[in-house]
Design a protein around this ligand. Structure first.
Ligand SMILES: Nc1nc2c(ncn2[C@@H]2O[C@H](COP(=O)(O)OP(=O)(O)OP(=O)(O)O)[C@@H](O)[C@H]2O)c(=O)[nH]1
Ligand SMILES: [Mg+2]
Length: 218
């Protein structure tokens, strides 16, 4: 499942374009009114609290500590925009707060969920959503709700399994097959499932290629 996909030299160069750039934190917003102008391609990372969104962004952009990570769910509380500052075509990468954090006050959860949903539904330059699923848990009810909304709004999304290092080989294969199966019925899901471990670096190069394609075209 997590065996390194062998990229062609052209694909490897495309993937590398993401990692060699400098990425900066632009701003964090708590209201969709605060989002920057939709003047460049954008990819957003969504998923349940603690699934590993911020960690995956750091791994893909090759900049440790760019997006803040934490053991405690609910670390990211704003929509955080990162911008490429190199010579490459300008782009945004967006780190979203997690949804479904049970321990946060109900009101806070409702506000975050509303913010995430209205951002995802209404962002015209959003090229693709990377939807992260913890490989130990698979697709949960609130993941399915987000997928329903993305399917309805025709926002294309790519599902990424995270924390594969926490599973045995047999478990990895099982969750990969089960998740692939349930994605086949979803209209806006990218027909390709990524399996990653930010900690071990598994699947990162392939995920970088997918990010590069989403931002700069295939
Ligand atoms: N074992 C393992 N742990 C990981 C991996 N990726 C992230 N983690 C850990 O999972 C925890 C949450 O990671 P974050 O990247 O902060 O998760 P998040 O989805 O951004 O969380 P919120 O911002 O709270 O929604 C941290 O303790 C990370 O070190 C992984 O690939 N393997
Ligand atoms: Mg986070």
């Amino acid at each position: 499942v997590t065996g390194e996909a062998s990229l062609t030299p052209k694909e490897a160069a495309k993937a590398k374009a993401i990692a060699v750039q400098t990425w900066d934190f632009l701003k964090g917003v708590v209201d969709v009114a605060g989002v920057p102008l939709a003047d460049r391609p954008e990819v957003a990372f969504a998923g349940r609290s603690n699934v590993g969104k911020s960690s995956l962004i750091n791994a893909l952009l090759n900049q440790n500590g760019l997006a803040r990570t934490s053991n405690t769910p609910g670390r990211t509380q704003e929509i955080n925009f990162f911008q490429s500052t190199g010579d490459e075509a300008p782009a945004y990468v967006v780190d979203l707060p997690g949804y479904g954090y049970a321990k946060a006050p109900k009101k806070t959860v409702a506000i975050w969920t509303k913010l995430i949903m209205s951002y995802l539904r209404g962002r015209p330059n959003l090229s693709r959503v990377f939807l992260l699923i913890d490989a130990r848990h698979g697709i949960k009810a609130n993941d399915a709700q987000v997928m329903d909304m993305l399917d309805e709004a025709a926002v294309s999304y790519l599902v990424v399994l995270t924390k594969l290092d926490k599973l045995t080989r047999a478990e990895q294969i099982k969750v990969f097959e089960q998740t692939s199966q349930s994605l086949s019925k979803r209209v806006a899901a990218f027909p390709h499932l990524l399996a990653t471990s930010s900690q071990k670096g598994w699947g990162i190069e392939e995920a970088r290629l997918k990010l590069s394609e989403a931002l700069y075209g295939v």
